[in-house]
Design a binder for this molecule. Structure first.
Ligand code: 5GP
Length: 205
């Protein structure tokens, strides 16, 4: 059966631990991650081409003009975008591809890929979220406050997602997401080719 891969949109509050969950999904379950482009400055330890493709505003705007993105959005003063070619090639090759993107980008992708899974990751509580953001130690107090403010707006937007997964224990959170993807693969409308083959199989017996 020639089933193409699934596109998995993962969003979540800044500090919910999305990055760690995504790493688990890649390492333990073989998912591919689409590396986004951004105009944000690299954080300590981030590697160009691995964490993000770090771009200047000019370079980013040039890519927009060239139609190089599936979607792009501005988040707390910087551009972020999903490169088109990598994602389309991998889906075509039957791979499951994760996009770790914010809400506007997620809604935009869903319009273009109606079969994409929209999953929102949260921390167990707002207190825990704030503690995780502060504990990360990579952002200034001002940026933390902006991100908390953005998160408070995202509470309204998260109702537009199909699944909400609480990231209390990373392993469990990754396992939950993998279960959602498996369920998607088993959906009737993902199996139409298989049904057709089965029908032909019976006709030939
Ligand atoms: P951070 O600066 O913490 O790495 O990311 C900030 C926000 O941008 C996160 O919510 C992250 O999911 C989102 N983001 C990362 N890459 C993309 C992208 O390609 N497109 C969109 N729309 N959002 C992205």
């Amino acid at each position: 059966m020639n089933q193409k891969g699934s596109l998995i949109i993962l969003s979540g509050f800044s500090g919910a631990g999305k990055g760690t969950v995504v790493k688990k999904l890649v390492k333990d379950y073989g998912y591919l991650i689409s590396v986004s482009a951004t105009t944000r400055k690299p954080r300590e330890g981030e590697v160009d081409g691995v964490s993000y493709f770090f771009k200047t505003v000019d370079e980013f705007e040039h890519l927009i003009e060239e139609d190089g993105f599936i979607e792009y959005a501005q988040y707390v003063g910087n551009y972020y975008g999903t490169p088109k070619k990598y994602v389309e090639d991998q889906l075509e090759a039957g791979k499951n591809v994760i996009l770790e993107i914010e809400v506007q980008g997620a809604l935009n992708v869903k319009k273009q890929y109606p079969d994409a899974l929209m999953i929102f990751i949260t921390a167990p509580s707002v207190e825990e979220l704030k503690a995780r953001l502060e504990g990360r130690g990579t952002e200034s107090q001002e940026v933390i406050e902006e991100r908390m403010k953005r998160a408070s707006e995202e509470v309204e937007e998260m109702t537009q997602y199909e699944y909400i997964v609480v990231n209390d224990i990373v392993e469990q959170c990754a396992a939950d997401i993998n279960s959602i993807v498996i369920a998607k693969h088993c959906e009737l409308n993902q199996k139409l080719d298989f049904i057709e083959e089965t029908r032909k199989g019976f006709a030939n017996i």
